[in-house]
Each structure stands twice: as structure tokens, then as C-alpha cells.
Design a binder for this molecule. Structure first.
Ligand code: IPD
Ligand code: CA
Length: 259
């Protein structure tokens, strides 16, 4: 199943790479204020869904652009959670930080994850219980134990309320860390936590397709994911802190007032 997901991600990346040479020609539609979809998101998603359903016609689908398949429910034995381009705003501006994200959920548990960054040709994979990998090399979260030594990723939703809250959280984090970054792709932020490129990441108001694959990468790389109060229903709540274990605890202490 992981191999099929990799094949699907690479097919989507072919569509994305072709379009990235001429971003002026991309058709952009605004779904909500500052939330965009392009014709490339849709074509990439179609390539992914076709590849997965050709191999597994009975599996359910939850995809960012086309939504839930009719057979998706809480008891679905197999459900694929798909974000064809995480970082659509980056992509349509030609800013090279976006990825394809595909996760398999088995009876409510994420068991397979693929995040593919077509710009760097970075393939992140994880299987539950079998570790996380970047281009087939094992990856692990960082070993920093003090928040003062960390670089942390972050992000926020559009709209004045979310922005106001983000600014307050940013101040708290930026005063304590070496740096706080906001790169515009939740999935890549999580992959970067797993790969030890950043020490932690936090964001509120995400969707399952933004975080499903990345959360398995983080936990399989030895990290922890949780809600802002530290609890574990982050996938559908959409508020997530992800970090190495010691940094996770310190982030929860700092950010739990925003839970
Ligand atoms: C977005 C990205 C971004 C996050 C947004 C997401 P999209 O996903 O993950 O980093 O801040 O909340 O919606 O729309 O590019 O797939
Ligand atoms: Ca997304």
C-alpha cells in the first residue's frame, strides 16, 4: 500500500512540476477568503485518486478538493486522506515550498504516510511501527531538550481572529526560541519536524488532509503530536503541536492557554 501511495504521489508531482514552469497560466479560484484552489490541485488530486482506486477499488477517500467518497464512514476499514498540493498559495506564487501528502487510515488509525516534495525531490515515508524515512534513510526528531535552543515552525488560518491569536502565540514562542518560521505548508512543516530540520511546529484550524501523513512521520521519527492541551484528537480537531518529546511538553505549557 505504501508503494501504491508513492506511485500516486509521483504521478501528482509530474502534473505539478509541468505546471510549475509557467505559474502565470495556472487557473486560480478563491474557495474562501485567502483559501485557494488551482486547476493543478484538481488535476493532481485526480491522478492520485485514480492510482489508488485502480489498485484498491473498495477503499474510501477523503480528499481536499473532491471531499469524501460515499463509502467513507467512521468504520471504514481503509480510507485514504489526500492533499494534492499542500502549500497551494506558495505554489501559485512560484514560491518553491509545497508538497503532495497522502495517508492511509485503517479503522481510524493512520498506518501509512507519504509526503513528496517535488521541488527538492524529497520523499518522506512512514509505516506505523516501522519508522520514518527520507529518501529511504531513517529520520529522527532532534534531541534538543530546551526550548531556548530550538527553531519552531508555525502557521495560521486566514481571517482577523486567527491572525490576532497567531500574533499572540508568535510573541510567546519567538521570545523563547531561537527562531519561529512560517513556511506555508503544514505537511512539510511536520515532515521537517520528523527529519530534525526544525524542533517543533504548531498551528490551529487545520484539516485532516493537512496533517494526517505528517503526524505519522513525526511519531515514527520519535516525536509526539497532540492538541494544544496535549490531548490526542488533533487529526479532526485540527489544532496540532508536533515536536520531539521534551520540546513538546514545553510547547504545551506555553500554548495551552490557546487550546
Ligand atoms: C494550507 C497549508 C498552510 C496552512 C493552511 C492550509 P493548502 O493548505 O497547509 O500551511 O496554514 O491552513 O490550508 O490550502 O495549501 O492545501
Ligand atoms: Ca493543505
Amino acid at each position: 500500500m505504501l508503494n501504491t501511495a508513492i506511485k500516486a504521489a509521483r504521478r501528482a508531482a509530474t502534473v505539478i512540476n509541468r505546471a510549475s514552469f509557467d505559474v502565470e497560466r495556472i487557473t486560480v479560484t478563491e474557495k474562501q477568503h485567502n483559501d485557494f484552489v488551482t486547476d493543478v490541485d484538481q488535476a493532481a488530486e485526480q491522478a492520485i485518486v485514480e492510482t489508488l482506486l485502480k489498485a484498491y477499488p473498495d477503499h474510501a477517500i477523503l480528499a481536499e478538493e473532491s471531499g469524501a467518497s460515499a463509502n467513507l464512514n467512521d468504520e471504514s476499514e481503509y480510507a485514504w486522506i489526500i492533499d494534492p498540493i499542500d502549500g497551494t498559495t506558495n505554489f501559485m506564487h512560484g514560491y518553491p515550498n509545497y508538497c503532495v501528502s497522502i495517508a492511509l487510515q485503517q479503522r481510524g488509525i493512520i498506518t501509512q504516510a507519504v509526503i513528496y516534495d517535488p521541488v527538492r525531490n524529497d520523499l518522506f515515508t512512514a509505516t506505523k511501527g516501522a519508522g520514518a524515512f527520507l529518501n529511504e534513510k531513517r529520520i529522527r526528531v532532534t534531541k534538543h531538550d530546551r526550548i531556548a535552543n530550538t527553531m519552531i515552525g508555525s502557521g495560521h488560518q486566514a481571517g482577523p481572529r486567527a491572525l490576532d491569536e497567531y500574533m499572540r502565540m508568535y510573541q510567546i514562542m519567538a521570545e523563547r526560541c531561537q527562531a519561529v518560521r512560517s513556511s506555508g505548508s503544514a505537511a512539510l512543516e511536520l515532515a521537517n519536524v520528523a527529519a530534525g530540520r526544525i524542533d517543533g511546529y504548531y498551528e490551529k484550524g487545520l484539516k485532516p488532509w493537512d496533517i494526517a501523513a505528517g503526524s505519522l512521520l513525526v511519531t515514527e521519527a520519535g516525536g509526539i503530536c497532540g492538541e494544544f492541551n496535549g490531548e490526542s484528537s488533533y487529526l479532526y480537531k485540527g489544532d496540532i503541536i508536533a515536536a520531539s518529546p521534551k520540546v513538546f511538553g514545553q510547547m504545551v505549557t506555553l500554548l495551552s492557554p490557546f487550546a
